[in-house]
Write a protein that binds this ligand. Structure first.
Ligand code: TYM
Length: 330
């Protein structure tokens, strides 16, 4: 069975973008692949965090993984920092990553372009840690949203660099990007991605948000003055975004939604999108409450970490041997 691996960095509450672009697909793939899914908590601290809030967001993220349908009997679910090998492999990968490559990563470049100061060294080098996260499990596939594609491509380059220098060390992974919903846009500014960190509150829906507030945000989503319901991401990005959200949750093809709404107004479409989103979130929120009160999360994470550590330790030993930093074979 091929291995698939991915992670989410809950540096805030999990968003509808995280769900549609990533989490929902992890669930869909767990039957088909050896699925490794982790909470990327080491990545969260690349930006300043309030410890108590971070802890709550991490716990919520685990509960949401499960509430959205990840099954610990099928997928290995773990907290990144519970598997110490990630940081060790991260360092080794860091030492094989060029500054020029990190300078080209758009997430870092964007922050610099915006004039943000006090950026941490961790934020700059995090794509190397992300590559280590993937390579340490010999992942074949990495399901991510559009914004992470560049990082997976860097990971591929790094894997090839290792293999050229040391002989076959790493599997070269492939990104898996969903056809619909790979980049969910802000509801208040459809030129930007929906994001927990960069968005104002009106543009971003979180998975645990009050449903009245969710409905209100969708109903007041920014669209355009064209006035025709059609799928045109270039000229009508706000509308295209609503259609993508609908289609990825309802599984109805975009063309079919467009055909049903021929001659109708944006308000009617928004109402249906709100219904679809609220129905999905209602299910997730009910499951979340059950899980958070069930007391099962600790054991699930412990078991996941144990399983992940076994794989990671073996790979790390091999890489350390290949690189020449070990004296006696382990
Ligand atoms: P993060 O936490 O920013 O995002 C988690 C996943 O959600 C997707 N995503 C979106 N998809 C569609 N529309 C959006 N608006 C949207 N916002 C977020 C992201 O593309 C991603 O798939 N570095 C990663 C976490 C990570 C990781 C890894 C992922 C660490 N190590 C190894 C895969 C493999 C991150 O910051 O994702």
């Amino acid at each position: 069975m091929k291995t698939m691996l991915s992670g989410i960095k809950p540096s805030g509450q999990m968003t509808l973008g995280n769900y549609i672009g990533a989490l929902k697909n992890f669930v869909a793939y767990q039957d088909e692949y050896e699925m490794m899914v982790f909470i990327a908590n080491l990545h969260c601290i690349t930006v300043p965090q309030d410890p108590a809030t971070l802890k709550k967001n991490l716990k919520d993220a685990v509960a949401l993984y499960l509430a959205c349908g990840l099954d610990p009997n099928k997928a290995t679910i773990f907290l990144q920092s519970d598997v110490l090998e990630h940081a060790q492999m991260g360092w080794i990968v860091n030492c094989h990553t060029y500054l020029g490559e990190l300078n080209r990563q758009t997430q870092y470049k964007d922050k610099v372009a915006k004039g943000e100061t006090s950026l941490s060294a961790g934020l700059y080098t995090y794509p190397a840690l992300m590559a280590a996260d993937i390579l340490i499990y010999d992942a074949d596939y990495v399901p991510v949203g559009e914004d992470q594609k560049q990082h997976v491509e860097l990971c591929r380059d790094l894997a090839e660099r290792f293999n050229n220098r040391y002989g076959e060390v790493f599997k070269v992974p492939e990104p898996v990007i969903p056809k619909v919903g790979a980049r969910i846009l802000s509801l208040s500014d459809p030129t930007k991605k929906m994001s927990k960190s960069e968005d104002n509150d009106k543009g971003c829906i979180t998975l645990l948000e009050d449903l009245k507030s969710v409905r209100k945000k969708i109903m007041s989503a920014v669209t355009d003055s064209v006035g025709i319901i059609q799928y045109d991401p270039v000229n009508q990005p706000g509308l295209a975004n609503l259609l993508q959200i609908h289609s990825s949750l309802s599984h109805e093809p975009i063309e079919s939604i467009v055909a049903r709404f021929e001659g109708k107004g944006y308000g009617e479409l928004k109402k249906e999108v709100a219904d679809v989103v609220c129905a999905e979130l209602e299910k997730i929120q009910a499951a979340y409450t059950e899980i958070i009160n069930s007391g099962t999360m600790e054991a699930i994470l412990a078991e996941g970490a144990q399983k992940a550590s076994r794989i990671a330790r073996k790979k790390l030993n091999k890489v350390q041997r290949k690189v020449g930093i070990e004296i006696f074979r382990k």
